[in-house]
Design a protein around this ligand. Sequence first.
Ligand code: NAD
Length: 341
Amino acid sequence: MTILVTGGSGFIGSHLVDHLLSETNESVIVLDDLSTGTADNLAHLDTDRLEMRDGDVRNAETVADAVIDAGTVYHLAAAVGVENVVENPLASLQTNFKGTENVLEAAAEDGTPVFLASSSEVYGKSEDVPFSETDDAVYGPTTAPRWGYATAKATDEFLALAYHEKHDLPVVVGRYFNIVGPRQTGQYGMVIPTFVDQALAGEDLTVYGDGTQTRSFTHVGDAVEITHELLGNEDAHGEVFNVGAPNPTSINDLAKRVIELTDSDSEIAHVPFEEAYSEDFEEPDQREPDVTKLRNTLGWAPEADLDRILTDVIDERTSDTDDRTSDTDDRTSDKEEASAR
Ligand code: NAD
């Protein structure tokens, strides 16, 4: 049986491909347009069990051709994060709406199981932490583009559950909470790679707002293991799960720990959110998953282990300094990850 991973050249997708190739005997097809992903993420894999297809999930025919060749689908391709949607609303929204509908429609033909990568962003600006899967979502107005990412992911979830209800399609929705690890780029505002690059370059670590906002960080290795286990578990089909580690960290504490672990002379620079975004930009203060459902279904859930995450990211970047640290100027700061996921 062959496994299709859309977005498999991206950060989480490439770790999922590694995991599937090492934990199963299946072949893997990656469908990716390389818009935010890169072939470099899979360049270490020298196997004829991997096939790369350059294609856009907004194209129904491209998706159908890939799904028909697969026995299982992990749908991770998306325009990722608030920043992407704010800067490029139409293409981002279409990728997230149409891409998911194309995958589900094609999968429904043969009842092919689908994992849908969703986001903690679907909880919006709810303050009712920790978030459980059936909690209310709270969004701002449609005139504020930042809510487009949340509503696109929420609509994807509605679609997946509707295909399950109507076609008995085996779908699992996983809401990722700040997944972090090697290969993540700081280019789209992800906080940990950005802080690590700034600390290694001896630059100030840019913290947006007062830095008391908290986030739950999850190691990508745990996230892909859970992703694989959930789709393989029939009890999970037709269900939504938080995929994240509890016990959040404040962005200030995160910045301090990065400085300590990199042994850097950098300092923390606080910058008002309005300088990064518009005056009316809304920043949820807290994001923390309730993982009771995940633990009850799989028998385990990830633990918060910030030092393991940071050490892995620092190791990657210090062993790959030439490629990674020269472009810190291009990188935004913690604004997306602190706000978006
Ligand atoms: P990423 O940008 O590294 O991965 C997304 C991949 O999708 C990239 O390889 C990109 O090239 C591809 N892609 C984008 N548009 C495409 C299109 N139209 N057709 C084909 N491929 C396309 O980001 P990631 O962090 O690995 O995110 C993977 C998934 O997890 C996404 O669905 C994202 O919304 C979700 N997610 C991630 C996080 C996180 O913390 N990283 C949190 C919540 C949700």
